[in-house]
Write a protein that binds this ligand. Sequence first.
Ligand code: HEC
Ligand code: HEC
Length: 428
Amino acid sequence: MRVALATVAAILFFVSVQLALAEDIRLAPGDNKDNYESADYHTDSLALPQRIGAPADLLSFATRKQTGLPAPQHPANNQPDAQKIALGRKLFFDRRLSRNGTMSCAMCHIPEQGFASNELARSIGFEGRSLKRNAPTILNVGFYQRLFQDAREFTLEQQVWSPLLATNEMNNASIGQVIKIIQSAEDYTGLFERAFKQAPNMQNIGMALAQYERSLVAADSAFDQWLYGGDKSALTDQQIDGYELFIGKAGCVNCHLIGTQTALFTDQRLHSTGLGFQTSLGDSDSPITVQLAPGVFTSMEKARVESVGEKKPNDLGRYEVTLNPADRWKFRTPSLRNVALTAPYMHDGSLPTLASVVKFYKQGGVEHELLSPLIKPLNLDNDEQSALVAFMQSLTGDNVSTLVADAFAANNDRAHNNNKAAINRTAE
Ligand code: HEC
Ligand code: HEC
């Protein structure tokens, strides 16, 4: 009887793996969510058996020009190299790089969720601590001149130390501690020495992670094929209408730039749309809607919610970097490439859909003295709003699923590493 059951289980497992293999890697959640997902709740996370990867040629993505984007740029002292990229990828998915071995970069920049987090407005880090901002995608992050939504950092090489050390992110006690974790992990033996001709140190850890991030280039979207590739059938009529609005009456292109040869969809500058100002006015004391379980909501008094939760911190945007009152609530214009994959939107993830973002701009953002003069109420009917959304949906790079599959391949390494780490910890 036991043998028969084991055989049935083995067959079921085999069939499910085959089904998973047959399916597009981004299409469906892996768990059986029958009677679980509802109109209000949907998840794109994949169960482990479905996270089947295939390594990609990341070096080619790091070096090749894709239609619609400039050729990737790399600092003189950190030129793309396959070994360094592979090492960065290993680090990015390695949960041991947090103080208690639970949190990797990829847990907030989730590959199958557009390298962002679709299910959280604001990130949750070490031991459930809340962050005040939404996790942005790291696809195409190599094209930003300044990093973070308040533009406080300048290079990817340096940026990595913020999440590695922040108490509410990966919470390492010191730089030296991170280096020690890597040095004492058997599976890193020789990797830094081969890639950098040096033992792991503060610089080359940042360099490796930066190389992996600069390989996550995703353009050559339907829009790029249409505008730059000369394929006039790549966009639908509705998307073309949306493009006309984007560069015309809706004025989006004033900040989300589109050039004659390439489009970054960002001016790299900081503006206030009024969203941060609105939040700073404080929520009213009206009851808060709380989600108890997927699709199950209840209304609770604000004071009661605050008595158990963490109060949402104030976010003054660029002001927190410069301390200049004129910079209050200013955030860097995000690129809109792959934006269909990276909901929810804005620095605090407060707008759940692209339609809600368009509605926000239609009303002219939120009026206040620091509102960008480029944002004004827009006269857009429903069809025009839908066209803008459809246009933004044409900006998804054609290689995203390749990058996701590659990330899943790293995940296999990670499962292996974690086993080893667990063994090492017990041995200590
Ligand atoms: C707990 C969740 C979390 C973890 C873990 C995390 N990040 Fe982030 N990441 C965020 C959030 C939230 C932001 C936006 C913060 C801001 O703008 O102030 C961000 C911003 C970034 C940015 C800047 C993006 C931009 O548009 O300018 C990069 C690059 C980045 N993270 C890379 C990493 C790397 C590399 C790691 C691992 C070493 C990592 N992150 C770990 C949540 C996380
Ligand atoms: C004044 C410059 C400016 C104009 C004009 C503008 N935007 Fe933005 N956009 C921004 C800034 C700045 C943000 C980030 C705001 C934040 O995080 O709070 C943003 C955020 C967004 C986001 C969210 C992206 C994400 O990843 O969270 C979308 C989508 C967007 N804009 C679309 C549009 C559309 C569509 C239009 C035209 C109707 C438009 N924008 C006009 C500056 C602008």
